[in-house]
Each structure stands twice: as structure tokens, then as C-alpha cells.
Design a protein around this ligand. Sequence first.
Ligand SMILES: NC(=O)C1=CN([C@@H]2O[C@H](COP(=O)(O)OP(=O)(O)OC[C@H]3O[C@@H](n4cnc5c(N)ncnc54)[C@H](OP(=O)(O)O)[C@@H]3O)[C@@H](O)[C@H]2O)C=CC1
Ligand SMILES: C[C@H]1O[C@H](OP(=O)(O)OP(=O)(O)OC[C@H]2O[C@@H](n3cnc4c(=O)[nH]c(N)nc43)[C@H](O)[C@@H]2O)[C@@H](O)[C@@H](O)C1=O
Length: 314
Amino acid sequence: MNYQKIFVAGHRGMVGSALLRQLSALNGPQPEVLTRTRDQLDLCDQAAVEDFFATEKPDCVLFAAAKVGGIHANATYPAEFGYQNTAMAMNCIHSAYRHATKRFLFLGSTCIYPRNAPQPIPESSLLSSPLEQTNEAYALAKIMGLKLCQYYREQYGVMFHSAMPTNLYGPGDNYHPENSHVIPGLIRRIHEAKQSGADSVSVWGSGNPRREFLYVDDLAAAIMHLITLSNPPHWVNVGTGTDLRIADLATKIAEVVGFEGEIHQDTSKPDGTPVKRTDITLIKATGWHPTVDLDEGLEKTYADFQNHYETCSR
Ligand SMILES: NC(=O)C1=CN([C@@H]2O[C@H](COP(=O)(O)OP(=O)(O)OC[C@H]3O[C@@H](n4cnc5c(N)ncnc54)[C@H](OP(=O)(O)O)[C@@H]3O)[C@@H](O)[C@H]2O)C=CC1
Ligand SMILES: C[C@H]1O[C@H](OP(=O)(O)OP(=O)(O)OC[C@H]2O[C@@H](n3cnc4c(=O)[nH]c(N)nc43)[C@H](O)[C@@H]2O)[C@@H](O)[C@@H](O)C1=O
């Protein structure tokens, strides 16, 4: 590892804590790992961020802080998703540039791609047609972040670049009943249905949308790999390249949880993007590939959920 001082922004989140696991398992000289909670350093506060970078001068930033949520949260709070994600990205990228950070890895999301992007989605489809409405604010903030990294790299020669993960899941996820993503949302709802002896459980939407899911430790390994590349792509998809219907995901989760009741679709809830499967040709060509399949990942995730049931919603 060529870095002396790595700032993991968002270290208490699902991705940030997976990055800490990767960093603590490194062989050889250990870099100093800087962390700050939101209470210690609000990344939306430009002056505080500038002061932090001026004082600490991290040579590498892994940017896993964001306002994050599933389809309901994104559609309900677009002002917060747009403002906070834009502010955090702008403040950190600019201060990193000002204080000579050598490497900045920005995390976006595959929701940056158009709603009707070609499948599997190539990186080149960015900005080729309109976005999905349910997460437009978040997607626009993420697009500005990845583009700003590109602009600083092209104009000033700094090594700022981005990764676009598909939908993630794993230990440390947010299991809030409404604001979470589909895997933690369904794990919780189906677990509680089993516990209460309910004979049915609801799944949002028509069940027809297709999604791709990456286990968070695979993403963390991809990030550690990307920051070793001397000429990484400006942005690169990180996923598995395989997807499934939400209705089939719900059946899988019910099997993992051991719920034998009926599963019905609540069509009053939105479907969002009909399909978003990533083309992972580019990242595979650099030498990374996913290692945890969905069945194994769901088993591990459900075990983690059961261990943290009291404290797993934010
Ligand atoms: N989860 C997913 O399915 C996907 C996530 N991503 C991206 O991956 C990254 C990490 O996501 P994930 O780990 O799931 O998110 P989490 O919600 O688990 O974690 C987000 C982290 O960001 C921190 N944070 C939020 N706002 C601020 C702020 N104003 N100042 C300082 N810190 C802040 C939180 O800090 P604190 O703990 O102190 O509150 C938290 O640790 C994000 O960029 C997200 O967009 C991309 C694709 C899919
Ligand atoms: C990662 C990505 O995540 C968000 O986009 P999304 O892919 O639509 O995320 P989602 O996980 O919330 O939903 C996936 C699908 O699943 C269905 N669904 C069924 N039942 C539940 C349920 O119980 N909870 C949720 N959340 N969805 C459910 C839901 O109706 C939808 O059809 C972005 O806003 C943005 O944050 C982003 O980048």
C-alpha cells in the first residue's frame, strides 16, 4: 500500500465499515486510517471540511459518505438527497485537491445511468437519455461528483476517479422499515412476519423489476484494487453482471429466513427502474471479479441482521 494516511469518509456505514475490514487485513506496513463521525465532522460544512484537510492532509480518500436510502426515501426526500450529496462531494473533492491528496476514490451508484439505458449498462451510457424519476436528485449529485473528479484529473493531473456500484447488501446495512433498500427491507419484514406468526407478507411494487446485487465485501475489495491502478478509468461499474426479478428475490429471502407464508405484491408502491444490470467488462479487465454469490451473501447478511436486530435501523 503506497499511502501513508487514508481518510475513510463514512466509516460507520455499510461500505465504510467493509473498507475498514479490508484495511485492517492489509499485509505489510499499515497506513494511518483517519475516521470522523458526522458529529465530529459534518461533510456538508465546507469550512469544517477545509480545516480537516488542511490539518490532516490525507494522501488518499475513500469517499463512502453519503445520504443513502432506498426507493421510498429517495422519492420522498429529494431535497435532502440532492443537497447533502452534492455538498459532501463538492467540499471533499475540492479540499482534497487544495491539500494535495494523491488519490481520491469517489463512490457513485448505477442509478447515475439513464432509466432506459442499454442492458447490460456500459459506462458510456452516462448522460445519454433521461434519468429514473424516483432517484433523480441522488443521481444528479452523484453525476456531479464523478464529473468533478474527472474535471480535476484532466485539468490538474490529480488521480481522482470513481466507482459505480450496483445495489449493495451485507453486514452493517440499514434495516429501517421504510427508508432501507430492498434486501434489508425484505429481510426485516419477512423476519418479523415469521416471528409474529403472520400468514402473509407484502413486497413493494409489481415484483417485475430486475436488480443486480453485490455483497459489500466484494465492493470493498474492488475499491482497494482500484486505488492501486496507475491509470484507472474515470468511472467504472462494480457489480456481478447478473440480476433477478424482485419477486424471485423475495422468495429467496423467505427461504433464508424460513418463512412459509404467502408473499403478495403491494402495487401501490413504486417499481422504479425496470431493469439495471451492469456491464462489468471494464473492471474485470483490470483484474477484479466478484466472489460472493447471492445465496451465500443472503445467508451471511441474515446472520448479521439477527445479531444486530436492536440497533440496525437508521
Ligand atoms: N447501499 C447501496 O445499495 C449503495 C450504496 N452506494 C454508495 O456507497 C456509499 C456508501 O453507502 P452505504 O455504506 O450503503 O451508506 P450508509 O448509509 O450505510 O453510510 C453512509 C455513511 O455516510 C456518513 N454520512 C452521511 N452524511 C454525512 C455527513 N453530512 N457528514 C459526515 N458523514 C456523513 C454516515 O455517517 P454517520 O455514521 O456518522 O451518520 C455513514 O457512516 C455511498 O456513496 C452510496 O451512495 C452505491 C450504490 C448502492
Ligand atoms: C442502490 C439504488 O437504490 C435505489 O433504487 P432501487 O434500485 O429502486 O432500490 P430499492 O432497493 O429501494 O428497490 C428495488 C426494488 O425493490 C422493490 N421492493 C420490494 N419490496 C421492497 C422493500 O421492502 N423495500 C424497498 N426499498 N424496495 C422494495 C422496489 O419497489 C424496487 O422495485 C435508489 O433510490 C438509489 O439509492 C440507488 O442507488
